[in-house]
Design a protein around this ligand. Structure first.
Ligand code: HEC
Length: 131
């Protein structure tokens, strides 16, 4: 006849405990508290925007930056309704991947995830008050 410790040797208990800790741990700690600095910071977003985006999109986000006139596709005016109603995720996707055949190239690799989130937060400020 088997005793309980023969059926379930110690190391199995240990492995089961470890699994439980990992599974519980990952459900309790929300993913947003991972490596990224969260929540997005508008002030940091403004710094990123002024440096990389305002040349085309304009300092108020109306698509009238100094470089806008020379572009074949006009830069988005963020306070226009069509842009305003887009979700943060949509804007984030455009920033991350860019738009094909458009001067709006991908910023993945040039900006960190945190910087992209910050700049979306700042665009939201501009689209609200930019009118
Ligand atoms: C070289 C000029 C240029 C620069 C620099 C630039 N953009 Fe753009 N951006 C554009 C153009 C042009 C479009 C519109 C493209 C289209 O409609 O095809 C656009 C579109 C966008 C959109 C999509 C808006 C919408 O409503 O769908 C977002 C978001 C955006 N840009 C964010 C940024 C951010 C953030 C930066 C800086 C990190 C930036 N852009 C830098 C030219 C630029």
């Amino acid at each position: 006849m088997f005793t309980i410790s023969q059926r379930f040797p110690r190391h199995r208990f240990f492995a089961a405990k470890l699994c439980a800790i990992i599974i519980l741990g990952s459900t309790i700690i929300p993913p947003s508290l991972g490596a990224q600095d969260y929540p997005p910071d508008r002030a940091r977003g403004k710094a990123v925007y002024d440096r990389h985006c305002q040349n085309c999109h304009g300092s108020n986000g109306r698509g009238d930056g100094p470089a806008a006139a020379s572009l074949n596709v006009p830069p988005t005016n963020f306070s226009r309704f069509r842009s305003f109603i887009k979700s943060d995720e949509e804007l984030m996707r455009t920033i991350e991947h860019g738009i094909v055949f458009s001067p709006m190239h991908s910023w993945r690799g040039r900006l960190t995830d945190g910087e992209m989130q910050d700049v979306v937060a700042y665009i939201r400020v501009l689209s609200q008050y930019g009118q």
